[in-house]
Design a protein around this ligand. Structure first.
Ligand code: SGN
Ligand code: CA
Length: 486
């Protein structure tokens, strides 16, 4: 290895809405992902990685900058990143890395929102399209013919071929799949046929005992997935409230078939990248990461989509291979968040994150991947979902804390519909789950006297975490929203 390439390359592959329970390395009951599994087998699988605001733009902003939404400004998919907080790619570029991003950016489409800190880029406007997508780059925009997932891998491989081989690279491969509307490639059309897919444990959760705003979210398989989503008209005999269960079961099979087929193209793309690294002799000192911007409900609790602080939405898959440092088959059980990613990548690339990215709020977990025990590793994670103005899903604003054993959530009900408005203002509601006894989060014990002491401790922990990350607890519609709001 020459000195010039001694610093590792970083190949960061991120999909959109790919839940860990649709990856076989995480024990998926519904599909097989052999190439993503390879990263886990030859490197590390991290089992408790959490998103700090389970929605696209915010998670991407957090990953790039190592900061919470209230610091980087990207609180919802309608907000743009505050570039006073630089992305870690910009830092790596300044340190001599070649940087590029291809695929979904979703941090605004205005000219000012062009990706910064990249030598090359080609991205979709907004969500992008699955087939013949429009893409734009430094030299303008145009339709790129083909299937989006394959195009992103093609563009990535083309860039890798022409890059300057004397410098390390940081390449972000950002898939659109498996985001709604779940359009698979023809080559995967025979996989996971409708009728063959197991239903999740909590598919028939009736949400009793949960906050009223949770009961009211419009994310149900039965009623909120449209005919367009499942590309078929629901048969007349399945319509009506009396057929809700049969309708949900029927829609679930079609939803999951398409979702899993779109995942398969992502897995193919990962395989092509790994093969290329092997062929080029670059596998040893290239950090390969596979993750998703957040988790997703795959029929869990009867839902699709994300946003809520429940495990399937909160959790993110994260597998990392770096043979030069990480022992094959490593497993990590510590609690990590997407706020920690930037610090870790900078650390792995030889930079001190607190110096290189002074605003960042994360902690490098590199040391955990070497199997080192870190006694003061955080034992609780702070979460805040801000996008309560989404008219489609009606997910309420909330914040909370997840510890090893418990989860405490405060739905502060700052008016659904328009932020700060009095529309649908409801009393604050609370949920508490005992994850040891109730990992499926079916029993809200917040009013159970046996949990009074636990609740007090978690309330205190929530306050401590809000202080630590300089967030403001909700105090009514006039509460300042952003750390840096002007
Ligand atoms: C679109 C989808 C939603 C999805 C959001 C956010 N509707 O609005 O279902 O929750 O994106 O997704 S769609 O009918 O237009 O597909 S995110 O991944 O960008 O956060
Ligand atoms: Ca997403």
């Amino acid at each position: 290895m020459s000195t010039a390439t001694a610093r590792p390359n970083l190949l960061f592959v991120m999909s959109d809405d790919h839940a860990a329970h649709a990856i076989s390395a995480y024990g998926s009951a519904v599909n097989q992902t052999p190439n993503i599994d390879r990263i886990a087998q030859e490197g590390a699988r991290l089992d408790r990685v959490f998103c700090t605001n389970s929605i696209c733009t915010p998670s991407r902003a957090t990953i790039l900058t190592g900061t919470y939404s209230h610091v980087n400004g990207a609180c919802s998919i309608y907000s743009e990143l505050d570039y006073r907080v630089p992305p870690y790619s910009q830092v790596l570029r300044a340190a001599g890395y070649q940087t590029a991003i291809f695929g979904k950016w979703h941090l605004g489409v205005s000219p000012q929102a062009r990706p910064r800190g990249f030598d090359d880029w080609r991205i979709f406007p907004g969500q992008g399209a699955y087939v013949d997508p429009v893409m734009y780059g430094p030299d303008g925009e145009g339709v790129v013919e083909g299937y989006a997932t394959d195009i992103i891998t093609d563009l990535s491989l083309e860039w890798l071929q022409v890059r300057n081989r004397d410098r390390p690279f940081c390449l972000m491969v950002h898939h659109k799949a498996p985001h709604r509307p779940w359009v698979p490639h023809e080559r995967h059309r025979d996989l996971y046929p409708a009728g063959s897919i197991p239903e999740p444990l909590t598919m028939w959760d009736d949400h009793s005992g949960r906050a009223s705003v949770v009961q009211a979210v419009r994310m149900t398989i039965a009623d909120d997935l449209t005919d367009a989503d499942i590309k078929e008209t629901v048969p007349a005999e399945l319509l009506g409230a009396e057929n809700t269960r049969e309708r949900a079961a029927w829609k679930y099979q079609r939803y999951m078939r398409d979702y899993l087929q779109t995942v398969q193209a992502v897995d193919d793309g990962v395989g092509r990248l790994l093969d290329w690294l092997d062929a080029e002799g670059l596998a040893e000192n290239t950090i390969v990461v596979y993750t998703s911007d957040q988790g997703f409900f795959l029929g869990d609790h009867g839902w699709f989509d994300k946003r809520l602080m429940y495990e399937q939405s909160l959790g993110m898959p994260l597998v990392i291979r770096w043979p030069a440092e990480i022992t094959a088959g490593t497993r990590c059980q510590e609690m990590i968040t997407n706020v920690d990613f930037a610090a870790t990548f900078l650390d792995m690339c030889g930079l001190d994150p607190d110096v290189a990215l002074p605003h960042q709020q994360g902690r490098s977990f590199r040391v955990l991947l070497r199997g080192t025990d870190v006694p003061d590793w955080p034992s609780a994670v702070y979460y805040r979902y801000w996008e309560h103005d989404d008219p489609e899903h009606l997910a309420p604003a909330h914040y909370g804390v997840r510890s090893e054993d418990f989860k405490y959530i405060v739905y502060y009900n700052d008016g659904l519909g328009t932020p700060g408005s009095s529309e649908r203002v409801l009393p604050t509601e609370y949920e508490l789950f005992d994850l040891r006894r109730d990992p499926a989060e079916l029993h809200n014990v917040v009013d159970d006297p046996d949990y009074a002491a636990v609740r007090l401790e978690l309330e205190a922990e929530l306050g401590r975490l809000q202080d630590k990350y300089a967030d403001e607890p909700y105090q009514g519609p006039q509460t300042p929203r952003l750390h840096w709001s002007t």
